[in-house]
Design a protein around this ligand. Sequence first.
Ligand code: HAM
Length: 427
Amino acid sequence: MKFSIPRGTQDILPGESEKWQYIEEKARELCRRYHYQEIRTPIFEQTELFARGVGDTTDIVQKEMYTFEDRGGRSLTLRPEGTASTVRSFVDQKMHGWADQPVKLYYIGPMFRYERPQSGRMRQFVQFGVEAMGSSDPAIDAEVIGLAMDFYKELGLTGVKLVLNSLGDQESRSNHREALVKHFEPVIGELCSDCQERLTKNPLRILDCKKDSEHEKQATAPSILDYLNEESSVYFDKVKKYLEDMEIPYVVDPGLVRGLDYYNNTAFEIMIDGEGFGAITTLMGGGRYNGLVEEIGGPETPGIGFALSIERLLMALETQGIKLPADHQVDAYLVTMGELAKDQAPSLIHKLRHAGLSVDTDYLSRKMKGQMKAAGRINAGYALILGDEEVQAGTIEVKHMLTGSQETVNISELTDYLKEGKTKGES
Ligand code: HAM
C-alpha cells in the first residue's frame, strides 16, 4: 500500500527547513526586542472553546474545524488559530494576577482548518502570532501593528500595505448592526443562505461574503465609521496618530470586518500587492478583542494581537525573489582510508563536535574518491584525510575545499586549527 500526504499539508524538507528556522529565529528575535514572551499551548482544546471564542457563526467554526471525540467521549478540536487558546491559558493560569502587566505573549505553531486547499491556503499551516492582554492603551495597538510591519520589513519584503479599520465598541457596534439589518432586510431573499442566517446572528459578516460581494446593496451598506461613538472614535484617532508618528503608512478600509467574531475597535490586515501571488493577498490579520477574556470565563480584560502564516510569508518572499540563507554549513568531513583510520573516526569526530564544530564522515564504506565527492556535495569547509600512516604518525591531512590547498596538521592541534579557520571565515 502506498501512502500519500494528506491534502492541504506539506513536508518541509532539508533546504527548505533552514528557511523556516531563519524566519522563526527572526520572529523570536523581534519579539525579544518588543518584550513579548513565548507561550506554547496544546495543539488541541475543548471544542467549545473555539465555538465560544472564535464565534459559532464564523466559517471556521461552522465548517473548518478538525473535531474529534477522544476515547473518554470528550469533543476536542485541533486548534484553528492561536488567540482562543492563548486567552484560555491566560484565564486558566490566572495571568491577570501576574505582576508584569500587560501580559505580552507570542507563539509559533501549527494551526488546522479544513479549507479548500489552494496556493496560500493550507489545512495545516504555521502561524506566528502575538497577543497583548491587560491594556486598553491605543499605544499598544500601535506597538502590535509596528511589530508585524517590522517583521516583513526586516525580511526584505516590499509592497506590503497596512489596512486599518475600527469595528467600534459594544455600543457603536450594536448601532451599526441595527443599521445593517435595516439595510439588508428588504433584499435578504436575494442573498445567499449563509447571509440570510447572518442577518440575525451577525450581519457584519454579510459585508465579508464572497458570494454576495457584487450585490448592489453592498456598496451602499452603512459604514461602521459613521457609527463610532465618541470614545471609539477618539480611540481610533489615537491609534492612527501613533502609527503616523511611527511613520507606518496605512489605509483605512471600513469594509475590513475580519473573519472571526471576537473583534472590536481596532482591526487590521497586512496585504501584499504584486503579480504571481494568486488570489490570496492577505498576509496577516489581527485586532482588538476586549470581550474575549470574559467570554472565556476570565475577568474583564482587554486584548489585542495578530497572526500571520509562515507559508504565505514564504510565498511572498519567493515572488519577490528574496533569498533566505538556506545553507547548512558543515565545517569538516572526515575521509578515512584503511581499517585503522576508520576505527579512529567515531572518537575523532566526537571530539571535534564537542568543540563546537559541525562534522560528518562516511558511513557507507565508500572509497576515498567517493568520500571526497561526498565532502564536496555537502559543501564541507575542509576534508580531513586520515590514512593508517597518519594514525601512526599522529597527524592528519587537512584540505581546504575551496582553495584546494592541503596541510599536514598534528591531530592534537586539529581542533584549534579548524576553529581558527572558522573564525577567519575560511570554512
Ligand atoms: P486569521 O485572519 O484567521 O486570524 O488568520 C491570520 C493569518 O493566518 C492570515 O492572515 C494568514 O496569514 C494565515 N492563515 C489563515 N488561514 C490560513 C490557511 N488556511 N493557510 C495558510 N495561512 C492561513 C487569526 O487567526 C487570528 N487569531 C489573528 C489574531 C490574533 N487576532 C488577534 N490576535
